[in-house]
Design a protein around this ligand. Structure first.
Ligand code: C2E
Ligand code: CA
Ligand code: CA
Length: 655
């Protein structure tokens, strides 16, 4: 008995070279499966198909190993036949699953494509026929030469991979180069193994080595590292799913036709965190907040990180969201610790019913950006409506138009004359930017300046305006027609920029323009944001030789303190205040009180928005030093403006 066992074991050892490929295949498949299982990934059709593919490959190689080592395991020829049959079944199934996998990669919903289904069923039939022949042969019902059924079974695998190659070749644009290369590689490796097998069956080659299951496991590994790649779905900063996965997953839900709630939110004050603690500190905050939210989210729901500090969650219904909302708000109450400093992170959230409000995934972030720009305070969750979708799309178009205009010279500077009461002539003007986009037409600065401020493009725009004004002064010489200086609006974001003074000075030097030809205007809202920094920037500019105006005085943030502590030379009464003065008696004492105070501080006063002769007289009587408004002229292009001031110099004022 012992001798018998030893003999069998020796035969087993003798078979080892034949089964070493199977052992490698088992190890490789097991490794891929364990790695895939432990990695964070999406649970979608592709994931399931990949599990099936690797699973089939593993099972096939196990069955094959038993067949090869039949003598060691005391396996009877009948059982061995069954095992062989099972091996062939799983081996071929892997080929068919690979075809379905590729079909899903290429088409978003391959199961809805009739021909894909027909192809999969046909492949199954070919394999089933091959296996049937095999069963007949095994049970002795039919005398079939092994080459017949063997070839059919291998041909089934060949056919499956060939089908995968065909759909990839026909849809080249839908897959990347590496993805395509992999499908071809998978197919080539398997084709080689199958052809080898067929040649073995026909005794063309005598080297009795089973390489099919090993070839399959190599191909599965290749699919894993290049096609499946769970790490491609993950955002490496937050550890959550990334925006690409969000797009894929949300589109998948939209295709299913079942309504759901998309919740998008953005962490506030991240710009401050990034400037104070650097990108690493910012990333720590993103990670910490993402983990906290993940912690309060039911397991089956996913947290996606979109761009910047924006995140998204898709809820099945409103009830599910409502349950989450209070926990979400509570998460932000506890401060986050960065570099031993505790900071409270703010948020803006937005609830969007899909597909009722929108069926475009690209709208989600745009709606959030739009709400963030209009929300007066942070820590708010807003419910999106159709109007928000329209407005956010418009905002996106404007953002695009700004970028486009910066690239293609699409901005133009208009000039509006300003009348000097004392000199009774046009003595200055204000430069006002205009944007005319070839697609969306005219966009007013009131609309695009706030967007440019949010996106940071205002710095480039501001640079362009100053350069354009300097070029105008140098080339068209408005100073020869009585223009003493030109007002240029400075945005708060521009003012905060550390290089603002050097930047402006460099432009003036480039065009040889004296500092006193440019008067800079800043708004009161600007000064409310970062008092100390703005103060030091304006002092710097003032020291350089620029005069400075406080714009929109009386529009809501008035504080006498600013007038004292900031180096202002001019105050511009906001047009709303001017109009209120003209229409409501109550404003008369207020303005009459302001005038001596402002003059007492050594400031010149400009009245904006003067549209009629009556307004002009009233404001002159009030004591304004300068008058600006449609009464004299609307803002006009530079050529027209030159014409206007030439006429004005001749004493022909056109209103
Ligand atoms: P602002 O600085 O208060 O500019 C005056 C605005 O009042 C201009 O609007 C001008 O066209 C308008 N206006 C002047 N007189 C009258 C009038 O008699 N009646 C009426 N109804 N309106 C009058 P605009 O050009 O649409 O500019 C709007 C705002 O956009 C500006 O307000 C300014 O804050 C901003 N802006 C314009 N150009 C620039 C720029 O180059 N840089 C920056 N940062 N902001 C700019
Ligand atoms: Ca202004
Ligand atoms: Ca103004």
């Amino acid at each position: 008995m012992n001798l018998d066992l030893l003999a069998k074991f020796t035969v087993g050892l003798h078979n080892l070279p034949y089964c070493s490929f199977d052992i490698c295949a088992i190890l490789l498949n097991a490794l891929v499966l364990v790695n895939f299982f432990t990695n964070k990934k999406l649970r979608n059709k592709l994931t399931k198909l990949f599990y099936m593919l690797a699973g089939c490959s593993l099972v096939a190689s196990v069955f094959n190993l038993f067949c090869v080592l039949q003598s060691v395991f005391y396996i009877s020829p009948t059982i061995c036949g069954v095992l062989q049959l099972l091996y062939e079944a799983f081996y071929n199934l892997a080929g068919i699953i690979f075809f379905i996998y590729v079909a899903h990669l290429v088409y978003k919903d391959a199961s809805k494509k009739l021909w894909c289904r027909v192809a999969a069923i046909s492949l199954c039939s070919v394999v089933a026929v091959g296996l049937l022949f095999n069963i007949f042969a095994l049970s002795g019902v039919m005398q079939i030469h092994k080459s017949v059924y063997g070839s059919i079974v291998n041909a089934g695998q060949l056919l499956s991979t060939a089908c995968a190659v065909v759909i990839v070749a026909l849809n080249r644009s839908k897959l990347s180069f590496t993805q395509r290369l992999n499908v071809y590689f998978f197919s080539a490796i398997n084709a080689f193994a199958n052809v080898w097998q067929i040649l073995l069956i026909f005794d063309v080659i005598a080297y009795q080595i089973q390489i099919s299951s090993f070839a399959l496991s190599i191909a599965v590994l290749l699919v894993y590292v290049t096609l499946q790649r769970p790490e491609d779905e993950i955002d490496h900063v937050s550890g959550m799913f990334n925006s690409r996965t969000h797009l894929y997953r949300t589109n998948e839900r939209l295709h299913s036709g079942k309504p759901f709630i998309a919740f998008v939110f953005e962490l506030g004050n991240m710009a401050i965190v990034n400037t104070t603690f650097g990108i690493r500190g910012g990333n720590d905050v993103i990670k910490e907040m993402a983990n906290r939210i993940r912690g309060i989210l039911p397991k089956k729901l996913l947290l996606f990180r979109l761009n910047g500090a924006r995140f998204a969650i898709n809820f099945n219904d409103e009830g599910e969201y409502k349950e989450f909302e209070p926990k979400f708000k509570a998460v932000f109450e506890e401060p986050v610790e960065v570099n031993e400093t505790k900071i409270r992170i703010a948020y803006t959230g937005c609830v969007i019913a899909m597909p009722t409000i929108t069926d475009q995934v690209s709208d989600l972030e745009e709606i959030l950006k739009y709400y963030r720009s209009i929300a007066k305070a942070s820590d708010k969750v807003l419910i999106a409506d159709k109007e928000a979708v329209e407005k956010s799309r418009r905002r996106e178009h404007v953002e695009y138009a700004i970028q486009n205009a910066l690239k293609n010279n699409g901005f133009e500077v208009y000039y509006q004359p300003i009348y000097s009461v004392a000199e009774k002539r046009i003595s200055s003007c204000e430069a006002l930017i205009r944007l005319i986009d070839s697609e969306i037409g005219f966009v007013g600065p009131d609309e695009f300046i706030p967007i440019a401020e949010e996106t940071g493009k205002i710095v480039e725009i501001g640079h362009f305006v100053i350069e354009e004004v300097c070029r105008f002064i140098k080339n068209d010489c408005p100073q020869n027609y009585g223009i003493d200086f030109i007002d240029v609006n400075l945005s708060v974001i521009q003012c905060m920029h550390p290089e603002i003074t050097d930047d402006i000075n460099a432009i003036l030097e480039k065009y040889d323009v004296p500092r006193n030809m440019v008067n800079l205007e800043v708004t009161e809202t600007a000064s409310a944001k970062s008092y100390a920094l703005l103060q030091s920037r304006l002092r710097e500019l003032h020291r350089s030789g620029f005069t400075i105006s406080l714009d929109d005085f009386g529009s809501g943030f008035s504080s006498v303190e600013y007038l004292i502590n900031f180096p202002f030379d001019i105050v511009k009464l906001d047009k709303a205040l001017v109009w209120a003065y003209m229409s409501t008696e109550k404003y008369e004492p207020i303005l009459k009180h302001y005038m001596p105070m402002l003059h007492g501080l050594g400031l010149k006063i400009v009245a904006e928005g003067v549209e009629t002769k009556e307004m002009l007289t009233a404001l002159e009587e009030l004591g304004c030093d300068y008058i600006q408004g449609y009464y004299f002229s609307r803002p006009i292009p530079k050529a027209k403006f030159i014409e206007y001031i030439k006429n004005a110099a001749k004493g022909v004022l056109t209103a």
